[in-house]
Ligand binder design. Structure first.
Ligand SMILES: Cc1ncc(COP(=O)(O)O)c(C=O)c1O
Length: 484
């Protein structure tokens, strides 16, 4: 490649070969996406392919088409499978061809969306406007793209910390301020909340994990008691985190009640809506999220139910000033100008830890514009309908049992057996290796469960039925072996 580049630049002297290779790469990706259903959902990277990429730092150039051939041979066939219709593991979106194209355009622009006066910033602002309208936040609310909900929740915790202790905590640190902050969420909350407490220097032990009811929703009486107990001990409750779509079963906390408790106790009310928040796009599901508009901050992923390619998460903060006070800093090299490229009145680097930021907003904007938000809402509703179909099929099979409630798109179930925990773990590993469907494992009520999280727009009834048929076949085969 290098001998074909112009001067010191990495651009080619003639673009014809590059165009030809680029079109070929695009066609190969379209072929890949078009034939996804015919491919295995997952196959283990073979040692031969792993060793093929273990080479010394390539000092000399390689033809682009040869590097691409290696990608087609060694990398693409061994992906994590979440684009495939049979993928039901964890909670991961499928991506779309439109999102892929938009990501290519963003890479071509190579915009750094940390600040300054350019159009990528305006696209991110427009996305913020759409997002706050969708969730009923005020026009003054601020928003920011980040990598994932783990990062968005972390920023939410920092904003809440500023609210409790004031901006001086940034200079003086927690020890000098000398207040002992405590936060509250349910035992079903995602582990990234505890990690956010750690990373904020507040300590995971200061996060009270409140017990949940049979529907996996935070127990309100236990929550109020925990807050009262901490106040009586001289501690400072500062943050309440509700979940819309718990990671294990998809439960939605009682948001109006949590908003009421947060207001009465003067706590920052943050919602982790990693995947569940986008139920807002489906008219038949949106009423389940009533109260979300009362949150002080909301974290969620466009890359899960929104089907935007990884990564594209979002944080909304009701109080823009508080959000800004948590991150904005003066630095000569980031001085704002009255005019010119260093102008602009909204710089994302004032609202989060990142200064270098990619153009995540573009693939999200393209997805919403091209498909329309209603189509994404129909995908969300369809995945919930598929989960209900799966739950009904499990309930109808005497050899299977449901292991948790199914409020949204996640079904936890198992094959009945005296040795069920081990057997169901084996079944999931066998399913992965067979390559037709890929659920994941979790623990619900102390029991190992096969967890099907139906998120991908490509997943259809035939995939859900294949899951049931395959689990039954593997369970029966294990029983025959045991009896033999
Ligand atoms: C409820 C919940 N919160 C947080 C997360 C973490 O999100 P991310 O993987 O985007 O960091 C997840 C991931 O599935 C989740 O389900």
């Amino acid at each position: 490649m290098q001998d074909k580049c112009s001067g010191g630049s990495l651009d080619p002297t003639g673009w014809r070969d590059l165009r030809r290779d680029g079109h070929r790469m695009l066609d190969d990706m379209f072929d890949h996406l078009e034939t996804l259903r015919d491919q295995p959902v997952w196959r283990a990277p073979p040692a031969s392919q792993v060793s093929a990429i273990r080479e010394p730092l390539p000092r000399a150039p390689t033809e682009l088409r040869d590097v691409h051939a290696q990608f087609m041979r060694s990398i693409l066939p061994y992906s994590s499978g979440n684009a495939h219709p049979g993928f039901m593991g964890w909670v991961q979106g499928g991506g779309t061809p439109v999102g892929m194209l938009a990501d290519m355009l963003a890479a071509g622009m190579n915009a750094n969306v940390g600040g300054r006066d350019h159009m990528a910033i305006e696209v991110e602002r427009q996305m913020t406007a759409w997002t706050r309208d969708l969730f009923g936040f005020p026009r003054t609310a601020s928003g920011l793209f980040v990598t994932g909900t783990s990062a968005a929740n972390f920023i939410g915790v920092l904003v809440a910390r500023t609210r409790a202790l004031g901006p001086p905590v940034r200079d003086r640190g927690l020890a000098a301020i000398g207040r002992h902050l405590t936060a509250y969420t349910s035992a079903a909350a995602h582990g990234c909340i505890a990690r956010a407490m750690e990373m904020a220097g507040l300590g995971r032990d200061q996060l009270r994990l409140i017990s949940v009811d049979g529907a996996h929703r935070i127990r309100l009486a236990a929550l109020s008691q925990a807050i009262a107990r901490d106040r009586a001990s001289g501690l400072t409750p500062f943050l309440l985190i509700g979940t819309v779509g718990t990671v294990d079963v998809g439960a939605i906390d009682d948001l109006p009640a949590l908003a009421g408790i947060a207001a009465a106790e003067r706590l920052h009310f943050h919602i982790d809506g990693a995947f569940g928040a986008l139920a807002m796009l489906a008219p038949e599901l949106a009423p389940l999220l009533a109260g979300i508009e009362r949150a002080d901050s909301l974290a969620f992923d466009w890359h899960k139910w929104g089907q935007v390619p990884y990564d594209s998460a979002f944080l909304l903060v009701r109080d823009e000033v508080l959000h800004r006070q948590t991150f904005a800093a003066d630095a000569a090299y980031l001085r704002r100008a009255e005019r010119g490229l260093a102008g602009g009145d909204w710089w994302p680097c004032d609202y989060g830890p990142d200064l270098s930021r990619g153009f995540r907003a573009l693939k999200t904007w393209f997805t919403l514009k091209t498909y329309g938000a209603d189509a994404i809402g129909r995908v969300v509703a369809n995945t919930v309908a598929l989960a209900q179909r799966l739950a009904a099929r499990v309930a109808a099979e005497p050899e299977l049992e449901l292991l948790g409630p199914v409020p949204l798109n996640i079904v936890c179930f198992g094959y009945r057996s005296a040795d069920a925990d081990r057997l169901n773990a084996e079944i999931v590993a066998d399913l992965h290796e067979a390559g037709r469907v890929a659920p994941s494992l979790t623990t619900v009520g102390g029991r190992t469960a096969i967890r099907a999280a139906i998120v991908n727009h490509r997943t259809a009834a035939e995939d859900v039925d294949a899951l049931v048929t395959s689990v039954l076949a593997l369970g029966r085969a294990a029983r025959v072996l045991q009896d033999a």
